[in-house]
Design a binder for this molecule. Structure first.
Ligand code: GLA
Length: 348
């Protein structure tokens, strides 16, 4: 009996330069895929089961391909990916999968999206399904997170993981889902992330609450999304909705300014935009923590031109832009714009 060939799928994590909490408000963001991510390798098996090992955690799971049941933790991603692919009409086959990764988990670097993207690409490839449209696949991955994991996140991380391009950021317009690569030619400058050590216990609840507040602001303003809001009208909203809306409006503007700063290689301007983004997320969106403030201070003390909290908030990694000749604080991780998700195989 011959053993089925092995495939490997890689989904990168991401760093977001500016444009945070704008995706579910039909706004703008400027992320890039990083070189770190999650790899899922696997083979098809001749029965209707999925066996999966999370090698970094030393844990495993096994379930019926045709009836994945909801569970907590990392297993929800695998079961959700199988269920959502099945629901979308893909004829899946049984599989034996292994998951490994080098993107810090739960750190604001989109390890969840990296896992969803790697899982769905591996399962699709093993099933011999045609290459999917990347935007549709991003939406499917986000349903895994919304419906199986319980975080009401937007499409930022999944689109970035799937569309990433070496040496480029992506200007994403969430109203049209248009993705435009923007060159990131840092030269001697470096982008680094630094863990804050915050536990991120209330991440999902805090995130879902912010999202609900944005929806409430739209309802009061009588507009379909905060993309349509203006600073003048947002001012009249009650606390804290006025500040939530102001964060989204100013964030969209910062994305356009950052695109210009990248084109002009104006690093001082980009650094200032990072600082302004941080102040807005701390004061208007209120998703910072004392540990995050400490990590931002450490980067600024090291000479960063700008530093900010990144991703969903309430902890995780912060991002800093270091000019030539500066020494990154201990534990900092250099991040560079890398290629998007890819599948290789058969490997054997
Ligand atoms: C998390 C979510 C994204 C996005 C960011 C904040 O990473 O997964 O959809 O909302 O937070 O910009």
């Amino acid at each position: 009996l011959s053993i089925a060939p092995r495939v490997a799928a890689f989904g990168p994590g991401r760093v977001n330069l500016v444009g945070e909490h704008t995706d579910y408000n039909q706004g703008l963001a400027l992320p890039f895929a990083i070189e770190q991510g999650v790899t899922v390798t696997g083979r098809a098996v001749p029965n209707r089961r999925v066996e999966v090992q999370a090698l970094d955690l030393g844990q495993e799971d096994s379930f019926d391909l045709d009836a994945p049941e909801s569970v907590a933790g990392w297993r929800a991603f695998v079961r959700g990916a199988v269920a959502e692919l099945g629901r979308s009409g893909v004829e899946l086959v049984g599989a034996s999968l292994e998951i490994t990764g080098d993107v810090p988990r739960g750190a604001g670097l989109a390890s969840s999206a990296a896992l969803e993207v790697a899982l769905t690409l591996a399962l699709l490839s093993l099933s011999g399904a045609p290459a999917p449209d990347r935007t549709e696949l991003a939406k499917l991955c986000s349903r895994v997170e919304n419906e199986w994991v319980g975080a009401q996140t937007g499409l930022l991380d999944q689109l970035c993981s799937l569309y990433g391009r070496a040496d480029h950021g992506l200007r994403i317009d969430f109203r049209t889902l248009a993705v435009r690569p923007v060159e990131v030619a840092l030269g001697e400058h470096r982008l680094v992330t630094l863990g804050s050590g915050s536990s991120r216990i209330n991440v999902a609840s805090g995130y879902n609450e912010r999202r609900a507040q944005c929806a409430q602001a739209c309802e009061l303003l009588g507009i379909p999304s905060l993309r349509e809001a203006t600073l003048r009208r947002a001012k009249a909203l009650p606390e804290p909705l006025n500040r939530r809306a102001r964060h989204v409006i100013t964030s969209n503007a910062r994305v356009e300014q950052a695109v210009s700063a990248l084109a002009a290689r104006d690093w001082a301007a980009l650094g200032q935009l990072l600082d302004e983004s941080h102040a807005s997320l701390r004061d208007d969106y209120e998703i910072s923590t004392p540990e995050v403030e400490e990590a931002v201070r450490a980067l600024k003390t090291a000479g960063a031109l700008g530093a900010r909290i990144m991703g969903g908030g309430f902890g995780g990694h912060v991002l800093g832009l270091l000019p030539p000749g500066t020494i990154a604080p201990d534990g900092a991780l250099e991040v560079r714009p890398g290629p998007g998700a890819r599948v290789s195989g058969p490997l054997n």
